[in-house]
Design a binder for this molecule. Structure first.
Ligand SMILES: [Zn+2]
Length: 189
């Protein structure tokens, strides 16, 4: 059933979204991931970020007590786990910045990119990328507020998925950086 809205109703929708966004900005949110739906655990962090903070601190203490690295490092695994924890924390913070930026502004291009990212996560890179290519024009008719809210909802969906696969994503990110450094001839970090 289709329903036409007059300009007055659209203005009401925009105002409702504005109020929701203001509510999010004023709510107590995790310092790192900025997710408004997860209560704070300790240190201003949600339970997800707090777990990583805890893991990182323990691994850091463990690694700082280790002897200097040798060619055949028997402690390679614990050193690697620390790097993955660092990477996971960076990802939490980056996602928080993205969620925060969305609330300021979202143009139709970044809305398309968000749909693209979502479809790739659900369908895989190859099939997912075919769905949202070059469809930006459909988003021009949305008001700025509607674009922001849509982008926010997609951002929240993506972040919930990222939380579940944090370790895997942090590992891939670490591996990617390590290989890039090796290709550039820099010593592996
Ligand atoms: Zn968090």
């Amino acid at each position: 059933m289709s329903q036409k809205h007059n300009p007055d109703q659209l203005a009401v929708f925009d105002n409702n979204i504005r109020a929701r966004i203001e509510g999010i900005r004023q709510s107590e949110r995790c310092l790192w991931c900025k997710n408004p739906n997860h209560p704070l655990k300790a240190k201003g962090l949600c339970s997800h970020c707090y777990r990583w903070d805890n893991a990182q601190r323990k691994l850091f203490q463990e690694v700082s007590r280790l002897p200097a690295k040798t060619a055949r490092d028997p402690y390679a695994e614990v050193r690697r786990q620390l790097k993955i924890a660092n990477e996971a924390i960076d990802l939490c913070k980056i996602e928080g910045e993205v969620l925060e930026d969305i609330l300021d502004r979202t143009d139709s291009r970044s809305l398309e990119r968000a749909f693209d990212a979502l479809s790739k996560r659900i369908l895989g890179g190859k099939r997912g990328s075919q769905l949202f290519d070059q469809n930006t024009s459909y988003f021009y008719d949305f008001s700025e507020m509607q674009r922001i809210w849509l982008r926010h909802l997609i951002g929240m969906l993506l972040e919930e998925m990222n939380r579940k696969s944090r370790h895997k994503r942090a590992f891939s990110s670490w591996l990617h950086k390590r290989n890039a450094a090796a290709d550039a001839g820099a010593p592996a970090k």
